[in-house]
Design a binder for this molecule. Structure first.
Ligand SMILES: CC(C)(COP(=O)(O)OP(=O)(O)OC[C@H]1O[C@@H](n2cnc3c(N)ncnc32)[C@H](O)[C@@H]1OP(=O)(O)O)[C@@H](O)C(=O)NCCC(=O)NCCS
Length: 170
């Protein structure tokens, strides 16, 4: 299996994969929109025998805190084809993407998701750092953060906002 950045020829397979993993079309639709509007996205695929079996997608998020605006990345969504789940593909996608984003100097990453899954990679409850989710009704422990630059983030508190397109999927 290889992990690599997406290419144009993968776009349809990425939609099908997300549809299959989530059982609904919203994620794939928003991925296409955000990819067009956000030049910073990171989109990695896991490929096995010429088949896209896994995908992870990050787009820009912003925290506006008093006179400061800090940009980070938001993980959403990630998916592995149902028949390939629980074989470590998701884990490889997370590790590889975190390495890339850390090397790029991204100060923080947020994720809204399974509270049993993401802490395995070092994500922590965001509220611990005074960082809140933009959507109401999200359980505290489901909104997580990974801080790469603690100096930069030490004075930053407030709401971390995903790209507007994500409102459609929520
Ligand atoms: C979540 C998902 C991407 C995980 O991919 P995966 O390839 O099955 O995950 P891995 O095999 O790498 O699992 C890594 C670890 O997480 C555990 N794990 C897998 N899915 C999990 C889940 N939904 N909740 C909690 N733990 C989970 C595995 O048991 C494994 O644990 P271990 O390291 O102790 O052995 C995949 O299940 C999926 O596509 N789900 C449907 C879409 C979805 O919910 N996406 C996430 C949105 S936040």
């Amino acid at each position: 299996m290889i992990i690599r950045e997406e290419e144009k020829r993968d776009f349809d397979a990425i939609i099908s994969l997300n549809d299959a993993a989530f059982g609904q079309p919203q994620e794939g639709i928003v991925i296409d929109k955000v990819r067009n509007s956000d030049s910073e996205v990171l989109s990695l695929v896991a490929e096995m025998d010429n088949t896209i079996v896994g995908h992870i997608f990050y787009s820009t998020v912003v925290i506006e805190c008093q006179n400061e605006t800090v940009y980070g990345m938001g993980l959403a969504p990630m998916s592995v084809l149902p028949e390939y789940q629980k074989q470590g593909i998701g884990k490889k996608l997370v590790h590889e993407s975190l390495k890339i984003l850390k090397n790029k100097g991204v100060p923080f990453i947020i994720v809204l998701g399974h509270e049993d899954y993401y802490p395995k990679f070092g994500f922590e409850t965001a509220s611990k750092y005074g960082i809140k989710c933009q959507w109401e009704g999200v359980p505290d422990e489901a909104f997580m953060i990974m801080i790469f630059n603690s100096d930069r983030m030490s004075t930053i508190h407030g709401v971390a906002k995903y790209r507007d397109e994500w409102n459609e999927a929520m």
